[in-house]
Ligand binder design. Sequence first.
Ligand SMILES: [Zn+2]
Length: 470
Amino acid sequence: MRVRFFGAAGEVTGSCTLVEAGDVRFLVDCGMFQGGREARAKNLRALDFGFDVRDIDFVLLTHAHIDHSGLLPRLAVLGFRGPIYATPATIDLLAVLLPDSAHIQEKESEWQLRHQHRRGGSERGVVAPLYTVAQAQTTLGLLQPAPYGRTIEPAPGIAVRFHDAGHILGSAWLEVTAAGEGRPRRLVFSGDIGMRDRPVLNDPETIIPSADLLLIESTYGDRLHRPLAETEEEIIAAIGRTRACHGNLVIPSFAVGRTQEIIYILADLVRQGRLEPLKVFVDSPMANEATRITLAHPALLDSETRDLLEWLKAHPNKLKLEFVADVEASRALNDVRSGAIIISASGMCEAGRIKYHLRENLPRSECSVLIAGFQAAGTLGRRLVDGARLVHIFGEPVPVRARIYTVGGLSAHADQAGLLDWIGGVHTPPRHTCVIHGEAGASATFAQAIRDRLGWKDVMLPKPGDSLPL
Ligand SMILES: [Zn+2]
């Protein structure tokens, strides 16, 4: 048996691991590289993946995030005919996320083409989409449901079980047993692991099986998150100030996960009497879809969230949520001068309706912006966090007079303590451990923490292209 690393090795995105067990070949995740120009080049290099996709028997998908799922349609374009196993909630989210990813690529490509024509240049150098919306739709047909806790046998001698990872709706860590030649081998893939005691989702299931190989993510392997209580205090302060000043509060948010967490916190603060009753606009078609899908899977929500939903049903006037559907209604929100709380995407303020809300509200000192997620370098959201006094939106200069609040207590990823807690649940140390899915520094720090705190000896930091015999 052999495990080969094609992405998220020494970096955070592009998750893709190939397992060869006897005659059977399968992938765990097939994600897109994300974050700037370098990522685009890597996605293009991954055009043919460096292996023959027609030899792949099946794919196991840990969760719907594009850095884990975004190249699945590319796999299909190159001749992979499935199946792709994922939890039912992941399948629902992919039906929204994959066509959206294709749509963004198509738009980007059209824009480049127009730009070249305007300059009288040739079409050479224009990057074609990795896949089209139609191809993304076709890929959805390859998905097969694998509910949590049920053992599936995607190929003779291979048994797989999906466990709740508590990261985003439907996220899973995987336990794979492969008979192969000789004695059976057990592999555990962490996917992305969520933070315990956070709103909306269940806590990650703790590891039970001992393994020949454990692959563990390390996105925040070198740090600890701030407590949720601080975030609540800051949200209360932002809403209080904005009300007193008769302005609006704008909250840029990731559509999947973060939007639902913020709605939970707002509702919970109202229930506790720490906030007055609220009216909140959710202005993002994808956030609306993601919220609908979340509510369609009540069994995946933690008991606190189910209680809160019951309370909201019994007290419909305490939190009025308005999901803004069409563009007209979204534009009408631009005319609201005071009292509106607007949650909108994208989370880093780079695209989508949030840009219109920022253009209207940033120049007004009575308004506030609450940044509740990680902002990558070079994004509009990052410039706001860094205290820019002037930004550009749609090519126009926009002065920043609104108060910017940054809250750091919300993260879909476990921090170092959370990750150690999760792998600490294993009975016997794995024979080998590979630390992946982190910036080089974070992964190295976390690998050392495993050696120091848990006393595990064989902890590795694989590089792209590395191959590990088992
Ligand atoms: Zn993720």
